[in-house]
Design a protein around this ligand. Sequence first.
Ligand code: GLV
Length: 392
Amino acid sequence: MPRSVQPPCVVNIEDLRRVAKRRLPRVVFDYIDGGAEDELTLRANCRAYETVTFRPRCAVATPACDLRITVLGTPLSMPLILAPVGSSRLIYPRGEEAAARAAGAAGIAYTLSTLSGCRLEDVAVASKGPVWYQLYLVGGRDCALSAIERARAAGFSALVVTIDTPVAGMRERDIRNGVKELLSRKLGEMLPFVNQLLTKPRWLASFLADGGLMKFPNVIIPGQGPMLYADVTTALEQSMVTWHDLRWIREAWSGPIVIKGVHTGDDARRAVDTGADALVVSNHGGRQLDGVAPTLRMLPEVLASVGDRIEVLLDGGIRRGSDIVKALCLGARAVLAGRAYAYGLGAAGSAGVERAIEILRSDLTRTLKLLGCASIAELDRSYVDVPAELEK
Ligand code: GLV
């Protein structure tokens, strides 16, 4: 593992974010780091964890802490799943394979975004752990059906369907950084924005050596081949999934389905009614509708509605292992994290993702020991105090 992601340089996820910011062009860093509009929800996701406080049991010896859990029947070494992060191949050469490799080595699951730059078969081979495939309907139904079939054949064990993208959120940083112009492939339009690439020669050299601007090799347009790289606004506009689509998706995929982007108890019930096996309470990391409540705040409503019928996962704002512990104390079975590992990927590829997972794992163990709790399975509400807004 490179020194740049080890202590004393990197002690926590925020340090990885700083290292990633140094290596990446602004346009790429901001794509990971940014959210929609005023980024209220992005910040609120993180801040919600500050409002929950711990109630430790002291003088309790916990020589070994058991972090293992199962999600959808799959054993994981800790209650963390790497969330889908689109365009990871812009962050680091063969970025999706690099992240999947680190997840597999750590015994946790990796979720591959439809909008990725590596072939799903290569990603499945790169990981020796479970891999999940995240589905968008960009390219249309036939295109999705062929991706579903490929994912099944490659060994992906769950299908994650994201339901919060009828249109892309207004990501103002992307507009200011000239994403559209840089992707226009027209020199005149690109010129005012290329300096941010030229000032990161290490990133630029590795990006060019990796083939430059990728295509989407898992979005095969019938009669045309892989979809050309498109900015997220264009891609998400064509990605919408409706409850109606979930019916044919359910028929096409016989394995577990995870519905990601559930925000209310009502939608949680609809997710259960469509035959989902798990759901993710998610606001897309604050990248879609700005002004929605943080996911931690919505968790009790969703659990009250469907907690006894389906596995409830959560994402958004996870930057420390103690955040994971708090989410589990409030009833989530496990969490997904995107930015926390994407910063690691941007900092140092697979080694950076490994470091992000290692940070969260040691946080988890330490937090459990300080709480006097011997295992993840024993976490419950008695270990936390929650503000009134989280009581449901
Ligand atoms: C893709 O899903 C994104 O949020 O950028």
